[in-house]
Design a protein around this ligand. Structure first.
Ligand code: ADP
Ligand code: ASP
Ligand code: MG
Length: 413
């Protein structure tokens, strides 16, 4: 029997009615002749609430206990979904990550999936189970401790199951009816794309479009899993609904820019007057990496009299960790700087498009647009198919809308 993976995000399982609605869609696919693996998120808001509890209890928390707490939301929805399906007469059961077992690295809070043995679920499918409901976001490390895959990680659970079980497709059910040229909650005339390449989606996701977790797109690209995003609130779940993430070759025409992504809560940190010598970058970014700080953009200023300023960006909620790591390195004599300035009020805005590879002038067009709107650019980074800038958070919406207009994304398809 063909296997299908259906993933339901937080808003799609936010209460019992929504779980029942999602279960109806699962039944439709069972009736269509599929064996289904359902991946569920926690009810919307639950994970945030638990993250808050952890931070309140212990600001520099033990990540193993963080995982023990925040993984629990998915257990509730997996059980409830299995019960709902059973009530509808469908043979279903729930699986927590460790029961599968979904084996991961021990990088708590951001673990990577290492292996999903298929034997346990396969045996149950053979016995007549039609639906395996798996708690998303969680796994088990070699030492037996529960891990989580990073925020939004249920998407990655879903794609990994689709790859491991050779599913015909991985359907991600969420609260929007597809992937848009930018977050439709910020730009009302954003357009829905019929298809988008793995590569562009990978950039959009890693640059902040949280509709799919970055790692899920990486896995889909690597294992060539057809990945579809669609709404759990729409009736239509036929093959043409939603947006398909697929190979570039399957898309006839590419726009130069296909999307605008943003990360609202970034911080910009500057080490003022560090000694400019070989090894200084390693001495700064080594301790930051060890402390689990996700450094993104990096700029080193021109050096004067052997000293320079080093600026980098990271998520706002990692500033405390970063400050501790850098102060620690200063105290132990590994680095020496005169000041550490943290600006917690910046956001990152990026434009993405495969067409940039063969099209010059996109950067100029982006910078002109922002300057016309009076938005000051604080840091710039580029790659082959994206340009990112750091701006003051108060200009975030303005910048996103202006760039969306400038690249005429309201007409993108
Ligand atoms: P779920 O709880 O189902 O995993 P998420 O909140 O993680 O849902 O992701 C869906 C949200 O992603 C949408 O509500 C939308 O606001 C946001 N989003 C950001 N960028 C985009 C985009 N380019 N296209 C569609 N949705 C986007
Ligand atoms: N519940 C987790 C989160 O909110 C995982 C997910 O929803 O994908 O991040
Ligand atoms: Mg999500």
């Amino acid at each position: 029997m063909p296997r299908l993976v259906m993933k339901f995000g937080g808003t799609s399982v936010a209460d019992l009615d929504r779980i029942a609605n999602a279960a109806k869609k699962v039944k439709q696919e069972v009736d269509n002749g599929h064996e289904v693996i359902v991946i569920v998120s926690a009810m919307s808001g639950k994970t945030n609430e638990m993250v808050g509890w952890v931070q309140q209890t212990s600001p520099l928390y033990d990540a193993r206990e963080y995982d023990a707490v925040v993984s629990s939301g998915e257990n509730v929805t997996a059980g409830l979904m299995a019960l709902t399906l059973q009530e509808m007469g469908i043979p279903a059961r729930s699986w927590q990550g460790w029961q599968v077992p979904l084996k991961t690295s021990s990088a708590h809070g951001a673990a990577r999936i290492e292996e999903i043995p298929t034997d346990n679920l396969d045996a149950k499918f053979k016995e007549g189970m039609k639906v395996a409901v798996v708690a998303g976001f969680q796994g088990i490390a070699e030492d037996g401790r529960i891990t989580t895959l990073g925020r939004g990680g249920s998407d990655t659970t879903a794609v990994a199951f689709a790859a491991a079980f050779d599913a015909v497709r991985c359907d991600i059910y969420t609260d929007v009816d597809g992937i848009y040229t930018t977050d439709p909650r910020i730009v009302s005339n954003a357009s829905k794309l019929k298809k988008i390449s793995y590569e562009e989606m990978l950039e959009l996701a890693s640059l902040g479009a949280k509709v799919l977790q970055t790692r899920s797109v990486e896995l889909a690209m690597r294992f060539k899993v057809p990945l579809r995003v669609l709404s759990s609130f729409d009736e239509d779940i036929s093959e043409t609904a939603g947006t398909l993430v697929c190979e570039e070759e399957e898309i006839m025409e590419n726009n130069v820019v296909n999307g605008v992504a943003f990360v609202r809560d970034e911080a910009k940190m500057t080490l003022v007057s560090v000694a400019d010598r070989p090894g200084i970058a390693a001495a700064i970014f080594g301790p930051l990496a060890d402390a689990g700080v996700n450094v993104d953009m990096i700029v080193q200023n021109i050096s004067e009299e052997g000293r320079t300023d080093m600026t980098f960006s990271c998520p706002v909620d990692q500033v405390l960790r970063a400050e501790n790591a850098l102060n620690g390195a200063k105290e132990s004599g590994e680095i020496n700087y005169h000041g550490l300035v943290s600006d917690k009020n910046v956001s990152k805005v990026s434009v993405v498009g495969i067409g940039m590879r063969s099209h010059v002038g996109v950067a100029k067009q982006m910078f002109d647009t922002l300057s016309r709107e009076g938005v000051n650019i604080k840091v710039i980074t580029t790659s082959e198919i994206k340009i990112s800038v750091l701006v003051d958070r108060k200009y975030l919406e303005l910048a996103v809308r202006a760039l969306h207009d400038e690249f005429e994304l309201e007409h993108a398809t």
